[in-house]
Write a protein of this length. Structure first.
Length: 65
């Protein structure tokens, strides 16, 4: 898939030294990549999957204690 026309955005929670992601939205997919390695692997999911993921993040399901 050609992703040259998608607009990547860095996570608003990213800092200069922290782990962060870039996200791009297309009509039927959300694309996610490591902001420190833009040419590296890209994963994708549908919009429903992205909303489930965001809900889990906001719920603290991935917090490291």
């Amino acid at each position: 898939m050609d992703l040259s026309n998608v607009q990547w955005r860095k996570s608003s929670r990213s800092g200069y030294e922290s782990n962060c992601i870039d996200v791009a939205a297309a009509i039927d997919r959300i694309f996610i990549r490591d902001s420190k390695a833009p040419p590296g692997p890209i994963i994708s999911c549908n919009h429903a999957g992205w909303m489930i993921f965001l809900g889990a993040v906001k719920n603290g399901d991935f917090d490291l204690h």
